[in-house]
Design a protein around this ligand. Structure first.
Ligand SMILES: [Zn+2]
Ligand SMILES: [Zn+2]
Length: 73
């Protein structure tokens, strides 16, 4: 997975809690978005597994298909 900084478009470094831009000195958290409608997904945690659910009619989205978008906390 490759993510770019929404501010300067440089590649982000993965961190424990999300991603970091070394060039802006800014930490981002990653928000899960639906690949179909690009709306934020509901994160469902069950038995150590995480599921992503789209409330706009796209149902459960497998982690492979989820779009992760860096957002400033
Ligand atoms: Zn940046
Ligand atoms: Zn959707």
């Amino acid at each position: 997975m490759e993510l770019n900084c929404p501010v300067c478009d440089k590649q982000l470094t993965a961190t424990e809690s999300g991603a970091r831009c070394e060039s802006c000195n800014q930490d981002f958290k990653l928000e899960a978005r639906c690949p179909e409608c690009h709306k934020p997904l509901e994160v469902l945690k069950a038995c150590g597994a995480v599921d992503y659910f789209c409330q706009n009619g796209h149902g459960l989205i497998s982690k492979k298909r989820v779009e992760f978008v860096p957002v400033a906390p």
